[in-house]
Design a protein around this ligand. Sequence first.
Ligand code: PLP
Length: 330
Amino acid sequence: MTPNNLVEFIRDAYQTTDFIPLHAPQFAGNEKQYVNETLDSTFVSSVGQFVSEFEKRVVNYTGSTAAVATVNGTAALHTALYLAGVQRGDMVITQALTFVATCNVIYHLGAEPVFVDVSPVSLSLCPHALESFLSAHADLDDNGRCVHHKTGQVIRAVMPMHTFGHPAQLDEIQAVCEKWGIVLVEDAAESLGSFYKGRHTGTIGEYGALSFNGNKIITTGGGGMMLCRSEEAGERARHLTTTAKVSHPYEFFHDEVGFNYRMPNLNAALGCGQIEMLDDFVWRKRRLAMAYEAFFNHSEYTFISEPDYAQSNYWLNAILCLILIAGITC
Ligand SMILES: Cc1ncc(COP(=O)(O)O)c(C=O)c1O
């Protein structure tokens, strides 16, 4: 198969000779109506009915106990790691095959990212690589903390990312985290609409983070959502992401250092319209993926299919290319 065959196939699928973007958002539902309602109400910032409505809809869709809307996925990840207790000098284990935001938030907290390999099945963090790294480089101290041998740093969290929407092997990763006393935080920025053994990605770890950037399966322009496993954690996240202001009719009292991370109503209105279309978007992404899979079936490339334990949103499609260089397979 030549690259031209592939280009022809894609142009055929999209029926165009023009530039084809990686992902183009579509607004064919109630998005404009909801955004106009927001403009008419003048409540365009974070106080407004669509923010809590969007959170409710994400809870309904994902089955998460609580959801907290944020200005973007990076902010959701940052807050999640903060709540996971990540502190200056800690280590956080993640994968190098990800978007830079995954590592940025680790640095924002003064911690250090450690990369372990991904699994060829999901392209997401490999539980075996995780266990071998910890067995070779860490110990549990008397307080049950996982400590890196060489540096004495605490390994506080593990953050797998569900690459291109394909869920990581979460049961195995969670078992390793429990064994080593490490908090599991899921970077589910790319995987809204993806399920691991029937459970939505981002709801299995202690915290999860979604992104609604313009290139994601649904968009709010910019936006994110923290998924929490308890109402208490959700309340705490909501408090922290709204400048930690104690509710009062006129006093401004902030009981800790907080973030100004709450999603504006305008963006949430767009999100409410988009989430109504999500099932259709997932269906279309999956149908396109099936077409790619059939196309690559008898080629020298391996199409990355959803792992057999999962249902993927196939946010983006990937192929594995094996290149022979002077007898070495890469
Ligand atoms: C894996 C991953 N993590 C985090 C993010 C950050 O999300 P946002 O762009 O909404 O801040 C993205 C996407 O942009 C992503 O793909």
